[in-house]
Design a protein around this ligand. Structure first.
Ligand SMILES: Cc1cc2nc3c(=O)[nH]c(=O)nc-3n(C[C@H](O)[C@H](O)[C@H](O)COP(=O)(O)OP(=O)(O)OC[C@H]3O[C@@H](n4cnc5c(N)ncnc54)[C@H](O)[C@@H]3O)c2cc1C
Length: 408
């Protein structure tokens, strides 16, 4: 008989108060695991990935139960700054060199479709989560200088993406920023990630999903006709299939080559509606480390980035004052009219991959197990793709992009 496997590690995922948690709103009520439980699909993880996967599986007529060791919407998701972009961390020109032009084009178009579908689904379910369509403004930096940024715009235009290059004067007229030019793209979005995810869980629960928390899944072992899961609290139950939606607490046995956990920092200012630029575009830089900026419906400005390639939580937290100061200084050069004094600061783990792409699908050597590792700055966009791919896989259907996003 195959040995049980641990589904995840344990990490200190975040520190500080993300702006979305200031309202103190509660997640939907979850319960303890009853004796003799048997479920169709067990989802491990109550964040945005688990919630979107649950929604897609319920749409496909499957039974769903979610298990979270912390509570629903208590992991990385409420720390997200929730810029919902289709622009993958690796520019199209660079990704094309890494994985080929045809596959890079498919990866970018699949991401664009995913953001559209996420917005449409939120509208279908009437979730009140501040979901708004936004343009993005992509500024030159040390990854793409002004010339390379023009080439990036041309590459995007060749595959018909919704991006165009603007020069210095047009950029300044758009948002007041002084840079040699930028790429403007349509079809991104923003949301409150905590309200979005709580809303998805409430909707899933109303449609029959079972919510179990706090429940720590300690190991998984194959059994005839499915899997046997054991909780750290001492109970066991059966599932026909298991989905690992454990965010950055991914077991080393599952983590694909090129994926790593790093650290990131963010802040939100006081409300200052008069300082918000027209159109409220999402702003980010082709730089490493990068900087990104968005607004909230009540006029706060969120600023984040300064990523560093280590995962140690104590070091990450010690650096909060220094990183916040650096973010403020960089942002003040870009938008000197904004008061960058933070009302909220927070820091967290972040996942990255060498291609900027996630790993999604059937876990090698673990029959009946699927994983959604949405690494990269488009974590939530990738959660949507994960929901589609895993739902298809569980229906025995092939996904046309499994060769790009597939696990392995
Ligand atoms: C500061 C910051 C800014 C970000 N900005 C953006 C952005 O602008 N746009 C974007 O798209 N993405 C962004 N991201 C990334 C995005 O937030 C993540 O991709 C996303 O939240 C991951 O969701 P998840 O559901 O996979 O993970 P989580 O929300 O972490 O959920 C996973 C859950 O699994 C549970 N779990 C783990 N192991 C077990 C177990 N063994 N048993 C039971 N439960 C378990 C955990 O308790 C956790 O609650 C950002 C992240 C951070 C930290």
């Amino acid at each position: 008989m195959a040995r049980p496997r641990k589904p995840s590690t344990t990490r200190d995922l975040r520190t500080g108060t993300p702006v979305w948690l200031a309202d103190g709103a509660a997640a939907p009520r979850a319960q303890a695991v009853p004796d003799g439980l048997a479920v169709d699909v067990a989802i491990i993880g109550g964040g945005i990935s688990g919630a979107l996967i649950a929604d897609a599986l319920l749409q496909a007529g499957r039974g769903v139960a979610v298990f979270d060791r912390r509570g629903l919407v208590a992991g990385s998701t409420p720390a997200s700054t929730a810029l919902l972009q289709f622009e993958i961390d690796q520019p199209l020109t660079i990704l094309s060199r890494k994985i080929g032009r045809e596959r890079a084009a498919r990866a970018w178009w699949r991401s664009a479709a995913a953001v559209d579908q996420l917005r449409a689904r939120v509208a279908d379910l009437d979730l009140r989560c501040g979901m708004r369509e936004r343009d993005t403004i992509y500024l030159p930096g040390n990854v793409l200088n002004a010339t390379a940024l023009r080439e990036e715009a041309e590459a995007r235009a060749r595959i018909g993406l919704r991006s165009r290059h603007v020069d210095r004067a047009a950029l300044h007229a758009l948002c007041g920023i002084e840079r040699p030019g930028a790429i403007i793209s349509h079809g991104a979005a923003e949301a409150d990630p905590a309200r979005l995810t709580r809303g998805l869980w409430r909707s899933a629960q109303a449609r029959g999903a079972q919510l179990f928390a706090p429940v720590d899944i300690a190991d998984i072992a194959p059994r005839r006709g499915g899997l046997r899961l054991a909780t750290a609290q001492g109970s066991t139950f059966r599932a026909r299939a298991v989905v690992h939606a454990t965010g950055y607490e991914v077991s080393p046995a599952l983590r694909p080559r090129g994926h790593s956990i790093i650290s990131t920092w963010a802040l939100a200012t006081r409300p200052q509606p008069d300082a918000i630029w027209p159109g409220r575009s999402l702003i980010w830089e082709a730089a490493d480390p990068y900087l990104y900026i968005r607004s909230t419906p009540d006029g706060r400005i969120i600023l984040g980035g300064e990523d560093e390639e280590f995962a140690d939580a104590e070091r990450r937290d010690r650096l909060i004052p220094r990183k916040v100061a650096r973010l403020q200084a960089k942002a003040a050069r870009l938008m000197p009219w904004v008061d960058w004094t933070p009302d909220f600061t927070w820091a967290g783990c972040f996942g990255q991959s060498s291609t900027g792409l996630p790993a999604i699908g059937a876990v090698p050597d673990m029959p009946g197990c699927y994983a959604a590792l949405g690494y990269g700055g488009n974590g939530i966009t990738f959660s949507m793709i994960a929901a589609q791919m895993i739902s298809r896989a569980l229906q025995g259907l092939a996904d046309p992009d499994a060769d790009i996003f597939g696990f392995g």
